[in-house]
Design a protein around this ligand. Structure first.
Ligand SMILES: [Zn+2]
Length: 286
């Protein structure tokens, strides 16, 4: 759901991931803390993806470290399609408690956010240190540092295998309104934004994931004193993966014949699996 608070020069996005989340998570047999992390990352990806304009534009969120327990997390969004995976060290993860901090999972890492705009072919990428209590906090710093856009992101995750629900709220201060691209520059005094951020920040995790509370009601509860809230339905979210046998054949064709021969199994096939959806492809390259 998209919404605008015209009297406060703020725009918002609210998303909730229900069955789509289980569909994505079910491709991986991740332990609970990694499921939780990926659910949070996918929700953020859906929020940021909903800021894209035009078809076929893509948003990619990538968190990376040198020797963290999680060394790579990737999620992307295109046309309402979401996917993601987390590469991690299971043995080291098991030594942590059930609710590991962001730092204990990643150590010193970086968060890269990339907007690929289909219409113009432009790519914007920003990289910030992976700091704060959560991925959501790290993303807030991305918007503040890379784009000078004051941003608030709140995420809730209810991590029950088979019935996962995640919800997210994003608020941004845009002086030119929804279409505005003019930057606020680094101006620290935004009284109207402070007000929006306090109200938005008061949303609870429980509200974000409560199936009996639709997103419009969540937004209305927070901003009911506003003279006007403009809302618009967002794009529906699905699990989408773009892996194809042609894609892998193309990649493999770039290897030397001798290297490919080493990858072949006894039947002369090269088996590759997609990190995003865990599908396996047995490819006969010759
Ligand atoms: Zn795939």
């Amino acid at each position: 759901m998209h919404f605008t608070l015209p009297h406060k020069n703020a725009r918002g996005r609210a998303v909730r991931l229900g069955p789509v989340l289980d569909t994505i998570l079910s491709a991986h047999a991740y332990p609970a803390p990694i499921r939780h992390l990926l659910a949070e990352a996918l929700t953020i990806t859906a929020l940021l993806g909903s800021l894209l304009k035009g078809e076929d534009s893509q948003l990619t969120l990538q968190a990376q470290t040198q020797d963290g327990i999680v060394d790579l997390l990737v999620c992307d969004y295109r046309n309402g399609e979401l996917r993601g995976y987390v590469r991690h060290d299971r043995a080291r993860l098991d030594e942590l408690g059930p609710v590991p901090s962001l730092f204990s999972l990643f150590g010193e890492g970086y968060l890269a956010i990339t907007f690929d705009l289909a219409a113009t072919g432009q790519r914007y990428q920003g990289v910030v240190p992976l700091e704060g209590e959560s991925l959501a906090e790290a993303c807030q710093s991305y918007f503040f540092q890379s784009e000078q856009i004051p941003t608030l992101i709140r995420i809730g995750v209810s991590n029950t295998p088979g019935a996962c629900v995640a919800g997210g709220l994003l608020l941004q201060h845009l002086p030119e309104g929804e279409e505005g691209r003019e930057r606020l520059h680094v101006q620290l005094d935004h009284p109207e934004w402070e007000h929006v951020a306090v109200l938005g920040g008061s949303v609870s995790e429980a509200e974000l994931v409560d199936p009996s509370l639709d997103l419009e009601s969540v937004v209305w509860r927070l901003f009911h004193e506003e003279p006007e809230i403009r809302t618009e339905t967002g794009t529906g979210l699905t699990r989408g993966c773009r892996c194809t046998i042609e894609h892998y054949r193309d990649i493999l064709s770039r290897f030397a014949a001798a290297e490919r021969a080493e990858m072949e199994n006894d039947d002369g096939l090269i088996v590759v699996d997609c990190s995003f959806c865990s599908r396996e492809f047995a490819i006969d390259i010759d």
